[in-house]
Design a protein around this ligand. Structure first.
Ligand SMILES: [Zn+2]
Length: 309
């Protein structure tokens, strides 16, 4: 017994800033000793800090549909959860940055693309915690700001925990991820590592699915290898992405010029290879400037407090 969502009802979408602002003044807790609402309480949780924790990215969706969906591990006040964030248009933005960068792919061209899309496009979220499940899962689907579609709508929830939809757009874990852009650098590393790995080891799908999207024209080898009509697949199982990130970590240690570009045949100097766990000091100002509130992680402040469900 819940509101059936018709396609015609799905009109609303929100940028990150709008999602955060709808949560900033919403839903006061009964016990406000650790923050009056989810927005304030988010500081007691922390977002995954290492590249290898970001190993659930469907590369087929990213490169074929230009949809980036990231699973972000978050350590909450008394358990661990996974926040998912979906955004569209990152690949197109990377391509635009490459064009403006003398046709060269660099780590920062990826960081800037993700940051721009995160700050300016519609963002879709969800979390695995109970607070999200009972108070936001339904309404975020209704408002078209959920990673899930209406087929996953659980209805307003047990006892209708949020009957007026006045508690904002997410649990404290979602709000933490939306307010803190540091994890974008890790995702950029995973994508960067994947591109380099694919270029060297998955040449056929690289030529077919990645190269043309990045540079705006097909690789010459595509014609030579008769790849135009083949339907290729980008393996993005967690195990492979783990291996690729480990590989990416070592890649920077190779001598410059030894990792030749198999497409252009030129020395790999055009592609910067930062250590995946210690990303180059890339310009993160654009994230911070536009952020409503960037808070440092504070995983030492966990408490046994009850989850507000
Ligand atoms: Zn949550």
């Amino acid at each position: 017994m819940y509101i059936q969502i018709k396609k015609s009802d799905i009109l609303l979408e929100d940028t990150r800033t709008m999602l955060v602002s709808k949560s900033r003044g919403a839903g006061t807790y009964q016990d406000t000793s650790r923050g009056k609402n989810r927005f304030e309480r988010k500081k007691y949780s922390s977002v995954a800090k290492t590249v290898k924790q970001y190993n659930k990215i469907d590369m087929n969706r990213l490169w074929k549909e230009d949809i980036l969906e990231v699973s972000i591990p978050v350590v909450g006040e008394h358990d661990s959860y996974t926040v998912s964030v979906k955004m569209e248009g990152v690949v197109k933005e990377i391509a635009a940055n490459i064009k403006n960068n003398k046709n060269q792919l660099e780590y920062r061209t990826i960081v800037q693309a993700i940051t721009k899309i995160f700050n300016s496009s519609n963002i879709y979220v969800k979390c695995t915690c109970k607070d999200y499940k009972y108070r936001f899962a339904h309404w975020n689907i209704v408002n078209n700001v959920s990673v899930d579609d209406s087929s996953n709508d659980p209805g307003p929830g047990r006892g209708i925990a949020n009957p007026k939809d006045d508690k904002g757009r997410g649990c404290k874990h979602v709000l933490l991820v939306l307010a803190n852009g540091d994890w974008l650098m890790k995702v950029a590393s995973v994508i960067n590592n994947y591109i380099h790995y694919a270029e060297e080891k998955l040449q056929k799908p690289f030529l077919k699915l990645i190269f043309p999207k990045l540079y705006g024209y097909p690789a010459e080898e595509m014609v030579e290898q008769d790849l135009i009509d083949t339907d290729d697949y980008l393996d993005s199982t967690e195990g492979l992405i783990d291996a690729i990130n480990a590989y990416g970590k070592n890649r920077g240690k190779y001598k410059a010029g030894t990792n030749k570009n198999p497409v252009t045949g030129t020395g790999g100097k055009s592609i910067k290879t930062p250590n995946s766990d210690e990303e180059a000091k890339t310009d993160t100002k654009s994230t911070k400037d536009k952020s409503d509130e960037i808070e440092p992680n504070s995983d030492s402040k966990m408490s046994p407090e009850e989850e507000e469900v």
